[in-house]
Structures are given as C-alpha cells and as structure tokens.
Design a protein around this ligand. Structure first.
Ligand code: SF4
Length: 313
C-alpha cells in the first residue's frame, strides 16, 4: 500500500513532521495495463489530465519533493509531453522530482526529462521467470525500458513490487531480475485491498506469510539495495501480532532492510493531489471510490503548505 501511494518517495520523507515535504500527484487517469491489484480505478467528471494551473500552483510552493504517480504518466504521447513540461517546471522551482511508471512507453520520455528526474520507479511485480505471468507482457519490454532510461541518463532506477498471493513465491525470482537489470534499489510492499471502482482480483497475504516469503534469502548482503515495507495497519487487518513477527526480523530492521511505516503518511509530510484537482491524505488516496467524498478541491488562493496544514487538522 505504501509503495502504491508514493513509490520509493516514502523512504525520503521525515519520520514525523508537521511541514509539507512531498506531494504525490496523479497527472492523468489513463493506463496501458490492467494490473489485478490496481487501486487507481476512478471515474471523474472533469479533465483527464492535470490542469497546468495546478502545476504552477505546486511549483510556487516550497516543499522538497514531488512524485509523479500517474495513473500511468506515460500512458500516451500527450500525457508524456505534459509530464516533461511539468518536470521542467518543478525542477526549475528547486524541487526534486521522481516518476513511477510501468515502463511500457519509456521511449516517450526524452533525455532532458530523464536527466531532470532524481529517480525513476518502475513497477515490476515479477521476476525473470515470472514476469510474463502477471499481465505485464514479455520481459523484453521491461529490459527495453531499463535500457532506454539508462541510455538517456537516468540517475537512479528502482524496482517497485507489490506482493500478493499471486507472486509471493516469486520473491527470489524478483531479486534475480533486479540483479539482472542492476536496479539501484528493489522495494517490496504488500498488496492491500482498497475500495476502488473496478474489482481487484489480487488476494492479500497475511503479514507472517509476507515476511516468510523472504526467509530463505540472504538479504543482509543486499543492505542498501533492498527495502521491505510493512506497517502496523497491515498486522491489524489480519489480527496478527506485530511484535512476534518483527522480533524474528530484527536483524533486517537493524540493517535498514525492513522498514515500518505507521499511521497515515500525512504525518511524514505527504499529501496527494489528483489530476482532477482534489487534495487528499495519503491513506484516503488509496480508496478511489471515496475520492469525491473525502477529497477537498484545490484552492489556488492558498499555498500548497496552507492546504496541507488544513488537511492535517
Ligand atoms: S500500471 Fe499502475 S496504474 Fe496501470 S493498471 Fe497497473 S497498477 Fe494500475
């Protein structure tokens, strides 16, 4: 769930802050895939692409980082051009910018934009053997995306993996793929069922099973290259004891491999803005059917920081 909200940007947010640090923004409502775990199913009456005035509004604020999360930012040429212009505007205003993409249309992003990005997260969800089983097409499409981003001067390339019942057994294979493609960082996050428009066909795995999925792997030697996300809400959902599981995984926690994200990441300075100008707390943003009820309209008469302060209260 934390990976879907913000990708690896969650790792750069402070443990606790009352100041806006990171905005995650859905620039569009289109995707060229239909992943079984996708929570970003949403119908809106307004634009299918973020209003350029909202880009200007965000660029005028002083927060540190903006994560462009799609739906799929490179879904088509128009969206990719919009992303390039927004990245240019955000970096000119002194922000670091990251992008989450499935990589299928990586070629639509030119070198100037790729070099402006602090990092690119690619949602992978499978390994060398299993990639094709997860509706992502042939592995060659991912290899092409990685080659393209590297050739264009990408600073850091990260692999994002949502773990459900369908791919829990593929964790060693996912790590082999990360070695094969030399990702700078591989992130695992558990799939969490949310309230979305289209049914999600993926099945959640219990926290103990999720953690067992890593048990046979020597992860310590991968310190700095692998992060496993977990949080108390996940244990609560399955009525499992957090302390028993965490005790067994303490060495991984001390090595910085297992990371707990508790509560709503709004307390880590994170806020979501949608392509149709809604502002949401990160946990609210996971439940797209509730967007119209829980989202507040962007008010450009306030700064993004003021909007964030109101959202927290
Ligand atoms: S690539 Fe992302 S936005 Fe597209 S269907 Fe998959 S999870 Fe959803």
């Amino acid at each position: 769930m934390w990976g879907s909200m913000s990708g690896s940007a969650i790792l750069t947010t402070p443990e606790e802050t009352s100041v806006l640090h990171t905005v995650t923004v859905t620039v569009n409502n289109a995707c060229n895939l239909r992943c079984t775990h996708c929570y970003l199913q949403y119908q809106s009456d307004t634009n299918e692409l973020l209003d350029p005035k909202t880009v200007t509004w965000l660029a005028a604020s002083e927060f540190a980082h903006i994560a462009i999360v799609g739906k799929e930012p490179l879904a088509n040429r128009r969206s990719a051009e919009f992303v390039s212009q927004a990245v240019e505007q955000f970096t000119r205003s002194g922000k670091s910018v990251s992008l989450i993409t499935n990589g299928l249309n990586a070629r639509l992003l030119g070198s100037e934009t790729v070099q402006q990005l602090a990092w690119i997260d690619i949602s992978v969800d499978g390994g060398i053997e299993s990639f094709g089983r997860h509706g992502r097409g042939p592995l060659a499409s991912l290899e092409r995306a990685v080659d393209h981003f590297r050739e264009k001067g990408c600073k850091k390339l990260r692999s994002l993996n949502t773990i459900s019942a369908a791919n829990i057994k593929d964790i060693p294979d996912i790590l082999s793929l990360s070695d094969h493609l030399d990702f700078d960082l591989t992130i695992f996050a558990p799939y969490f069922r949310t309230a979305s428009l289209r049914p999600q066909y993926a099945e959640m795995v219990a926290p103990s099973s999720y953690l067992k999925g890593f048990a046979s792997i020597n992860l310590e030697k991968r310190a700095g290259k692998v992060v496993i996300l977990i949080g108390s809400k996940y244990f609560d959902a399955f009525n499992e004891s957090r302390s028993d599981s965490i005790k067994a995984m303490l060495p991984l926690m001390q090595a910085g491999i297992l990371k707990e994200i508790d509560g709503d990441p709004i307390d880590r300075g994170l806020m979501r803005v949608t392509f149709d100008d809604l502002v949401l707390k990160p946990l609210e943003s996971l439940h797209t059917v509730g967007y119209q009820g829980s989202g507040r309209r962007v008010n450009r008469l306030q700064t993004a920081e003021e909007t964030f302060a109101r959202l927290r209260n």
